[in-house]
Design a protein around this ligand. Sequence first.
Ligand code: SF4
Length: 275
Amino acid sequence: MPVLRTLEAGSRYDFRAGLSPDAPDESEIKDEEGSYGYCHSYETSSRYDGPGLRAVLFVSGCLLRCNYCHNPDTWHLKDGTYVSFQQVLDRLASFAPSLIKLGGGLTISGGEPMVQLAFTRRIFQGAKAMGLHTAIETSGFLGDRVDQAYLSEVDLFLLDIKSSNPDTYRRVTGRDLAPTLRFAERLASHAKPVWVRFTLVPGDTDDPENVEGIARFVAPMKNVEWVEVQPFHKMGEFKWKSMGLEYKLANTEPPTKEVVNRVIEQFRSAGCRAR
Ligand code: SF4
């Protein structure tokens, strides 16, 4: 049995590994009740991951392997802290009134929150019961696992679309693009609010045609409130090294201001609200 612990507050840039060595593999987890789960950390005051002031819970487990990932220590459940959903909600309750006053709420990020579907569902339900706005950051890769009830617990989807080209997507993430696009279309058909997030990696995703493809796909979707261009950075490089992983982007520099502006303009010209 994994050992139940207290989840330490911290930051997405903290390196945490090996905390639950008995955890199942993230591709095999049977999370039917959702009473317990594995988390990396939480932040209490992000202004970046949804509207207003956000508490952000970073859960463990991801089936993608993005070459630019700044949190490889969230890939495996065994690296996370084993906690109960009730512990998470008790902690959240202590700052929920401030979050509400500041127009914010709870965002669950990762890792990929849909790996631990029942666990994150319970946390969203609890957050809603506190009157909090809820958001999820997801790649959409596991979107087919999500039922309508889950969709209704989430007010905003921060949907990472990493490429419009299936080959590029596979090269950058190791997985198929189609489930993400399917999930985006489903969110559009249910008019669920979405902020699309696009990570701009020089030499990998910055090709104008790649950007154009995402822009053309997203522009007709009236539910997409924002497209956010996120410049690649290397703040997670040290984690790759600590985990003995090869970081293939060691020689890649963050995109210049000009390239970031060019990409934002591409989205705007296609009719997206972009920033
Ligand atoms: S989806 Fe997110 S957590 Fe998973 S590998 Fe990609 S960047 Fe990392």
